[in-house]
Design a protein around this ligand. Structure first.
Ligand SMILES: [Fe+2]
Length: 400
């Protein structure tokens, strides 16, 4: 009910905003979440779920002022409290809150809300609290251990068009999903926090992210702009790295960060990127991962990478991804690669160049945007890609 109310509010904001349809502005800038007085302590975003496992979750939320913030949660009542602690401190006097809840039960639904108490004065021997605020109540369900199946939605190449989340969710259909995967280029470049709030966090929390987790995987455009380093502060990753792996359902997931599309010495990067080394570092890591028993035993091995190693032109990023990753995919029986980047959606079955299928989502303009539904169980893995007019434009099945 509360999510529905927020959704209505957000949709009306978007209706006004979409008339602007200019890519690099923040049309929601003046309308964040609730009315405010200047300087008043408030939530800048509802809480959103990150890294949901059978026994833990990270809850992230932003506040306008520095505060002491915590989570209250439980199965029936909100009887438990979680807060971040390190070095003997309770984490406080901050605006970006990322609270890790552990010791959850697998396959269990929890209610929760977040609370934030402004710290209006912080002197060495005198701390004064200001306004205390409480979020709506939400719920989430932990996955079961060794689940029989896993489902997800894949978005890619939204490119600073926040209304696309709503448009694509509207045509996705009724199929269930455990999480949403944002497969790169949600933005054109990273400018500031307001852009992340308006163009990603508010749209996805309005639609699902307070109750279903999402994975923000980096594309080549998230590597650009003066706020590129701060970007990671707004999300959680299992090992605090943009590349990692995890097992959920019958799938061993490999998440790669394919970096930039042009050579590192291109003038636009001004000498401050080194993605060739970074991709080689990931290739070394991937070689090790593919030797793990869990990888070898998995029913399916799926790679998520923004720049596909084929069907993506001959720019440096594509060719270097092909050079360093493709031999590892080939030698270690990768079942599927899901990418974006090209802005040309397509299903590319195995061919003489690659023995694994490559699914590429479209975007970012109307008529070319796609949403992918992924489902894998012990019998088969099924991909369905829908275009923003609701038409199915790509299907693929792997039988086991
Ligand atoms: Fe893109």
């Amino acid at each position: 009910m509360k999510i529905a109310n927020q959704r209505r509010k957000f949709l009306s904001q978007l209706t006004a905003a979409s008339a602007l349809t200019v890519v690099n502005i923040s049309p929601l800038k003046a309308s964040v979440f609730e009315p405010m007085q200047q300087g008043e302590h408030r939530f800048l975003t509802p809480p959103y779920l990150q890294v949901l496992t059978p026994t833990s979750v990270d809850l992230v939320f932003l506040t306008s002022n520095k505060a002491y913030s915590w989570v209250e949660y439980g199965e029936d009542q909100l009887e438990h409290k979680a807060q971040e602690e390190s070095d003997g401190f309770v984490e406080a006097y901050q605006r970006i809150n990322n609270i890790h809840i552990r010791n959850l039960k697998p396959g269990t639904t929890y209610k929760y809300r977040v609370i934030s108490k402004e710290i209006s004065l912080f002197k060495p021997y005198e701390l004064v609290y200001g306004k205390q605020i409480t979020s709506e109540q939400y719920s989430f369900t932990t996955p079961v251990e060794d689940a029989e199946s896993v489902t997800c939605l894949v978005f890619n190449d939204i490119h600073d068009r926040p209304h696309s989340f709503k448009d694509l969710m509207a045509i996705r259909g009724e199929k269930s999903y455990d999480f949403a995967f944002l497969n790169g280029d949600m933005f054109d470049y990273q400018e500031d926090e307001q852009q992340i709030i308006d163009h990603l966090l508010l749209p996805v929390t309005t639609l699902f992210a307070s109750e279903k987790p999402f994975i923000m995987s980096r594309g080549n455009h998230e590597t650009r702009g003066k706020f590129r380093r701060e970007f990671k502060d707004y999300f959680s990753y299992p090992t605090d790295s943009y590349y990692y792996s995890f097992k959920q359902g019958p799938v061993y997931w490999i998440i790669l960060d394919t970096g930039e599309d042009k050579p590192d010495d291109h003038p636009v990067y001004a000498g401050i990127v080194d993605f060739d080394s970074y991709r080689k570092e990931q290739a070394l890591w991937l070689e090790q991962v593919t030797q793990h028993e869990e990888y070898k035993r998995a029913t399916y091995r799926v790679v998520m990478m923004h720049i596909p190693p084929f069907h993506s032109g001959d720019w440096h990023g594509t060719l270097h991804c092909r050079e360093v990753f493709d031999p590892i995919f080939e030698h270690n029986k990768v079942d599927l690669v899901i990418s974006g980047h090209t802005h040309r959606y397509g299903v590319h079955p195995p061919n003489e160049e690659h023995t694994y299928p490559i699914i590429i989502g479209g975007g970012p303009k109307e008529g070319n945007r796609t949403i992918i539904h992924f489902e894998a169980n012990q019998k088969n893995l099924i991909i369905e890609m829908k275009r923003d007019d609701g038409q199915v434009v790509g299907e693929y099945e792997i039988k086991k």
